[in-house]
Ligand binder design. Structure first.
Ligand SMILES: [Zn+2]
Length: 351
């Protein structure tokens, strides 16, 4: 071994040590950020979104760090083990799937200096034998892997098809051609789900699985997506025509002026639809830096002037908020103590 070789080996060990030391400091900070929900004020609906969109980590890097941070909250000595290199991030992430197990701390010493696959097998056997399968693992009925095909200009010089074969080694007879705008999914369906898919294929001769799934997704989205429902109902509803069982905006506004005792928490459909349309089906929270929260799912209606303080169900007094930012607004309106009592174990530590 030359002097330069020795120098490189020494340098690699030193830098790896520095990296692990930084990671061991980063993870507890991450755990506290999640505990305090500090990402909300920055305009992110979740810690995962903060790491991927705010700090530009990849999805897998973010998931591993969040898993390790959560595991470290349960077993604090994990952080020092990561720093010393006896357990790695991937191994900690595997173990974080069993957070609900009471015997989780006892498996940690067994994972020292093991590979990810070894820890995975160890954990499966360990928790299966102790009948303590985690909720996360038992609920995992559908596994989904998504890989986006690179645009042609980003593919290798060997040509797009060579690149595609490398990205998707398993041939898929459902798609002969993949464009840069397409995504290939690898999914695991239940037996019932697959029989349903086959039955639909029988009923639609000439269609492949992909086109059937796309059609099913389109129908399902039109059924549950609030923005889509607004677009469909708008022609009759917002011309002033009353839809059976619902009320017009004018009536909704009128209801908001009724005596308090007769007003319920139910927000009239016409008002909800207008708010959804105005806010474009997205959380309206804006950070101090001007960043709007990106959350579009599981949205809630937030009263700008709180309902309990006389706020009305009007379009002007309502806005869309994700769960986290709705709670943040409530925390501002009602105070820390009230929210702590209201939310039970869920706490919002002071700033
Ligand atoms: Zn939000």
């Amino acid at each position: 071994m030359t002097h330069r070789d020795k120098e490189l080996i020494h340098s690699a060990k030193q830098h790896l040590g520095d990296e692990l030391a930084a990671l061991a400091k980063f993870l507890p900070i991450l755990a506290e950020i999640e505990s305090r929900k500090a990402y909300l004020e920055e305009g992110f609906p979740s810690l995962f979104k903060y790491l991927t969109l705010g700090l530009n980590l990849s999805e897998s890097s973010a998931a591993k760090r969040i898993g390790a941070a959560r595991l470290g909250r349960v077993i604090p000595k994990l952080f020092s083990m990561i720093e010393s290199g006896v357990i790695h991030l991937s191994g900690a992430y595997v173990l974080s799937k069993y957070l609900e197990s009471k015997t989780l701390p006892s498996i940690l010493p067994l994972c020292v200096n093991k590979s990810r696959d070894e820890i995975d097998r160890l954990a499966r056997n360990y928790f299966a034998s102790s009948s303590e399968l985690s909720v996360a693992s038992t609920r995992e009925v559908v596994r989904l892997r998504v890989r986006r095909v690179l645009p042609v200009e980003e593919q290798s010089d060997d040509g797009p098809m060579t690149n595609l074969k490398a990205a998707f080694p398993e041939p898929n007879q459902e798609c002969d051609t993949i464009l840069s705008t397409e995504v290939r999914l690898s999914i695991t369906l239940s037996d019932t789900g697959f029989k349903r898919l086959e039955r639909l294929k029988q009923l639609k001769p000439g269609h492949n699985f992909a086109s059937i799934i796309e059609k099913a997704l389109e129908m399902y989205q039109s059924k549950i997506d609030p923005v889509g429902r607004v677009e469909r109902k708008e022609p009759s509803k917002f011309r002033g025509d009353q839809v059976q069982g619902e009320i017009t905006c004018a009536q909704a506004q009128d209801q908001s002026t009724k005596p308090r005792a007769t007003v319920t928490r139910h927000i009239p459909a016409a008002v909800r639809h207008q708010v959804y349309r105005r806010d474009q089906g997205q959380c309206t929270f804006m950070s101090v830096g001007g960043m709007r929260c990106c959350e579009r799912g599981r949205l809630e209606f937030d009263h700008i002037q709180p309902f309990a303080m006389g706020g009305k169900h009007t379009v002007e007094n309502l806005r869309l908020r994700c769960r986290g930012h709705n709670q943040l607004a409530a925390r501002v309106a009602y105070g820390e103590d009230f929210m702590r009592r209201k939310c039970g174990g869920l706490t919002f530590p002071g700033k």
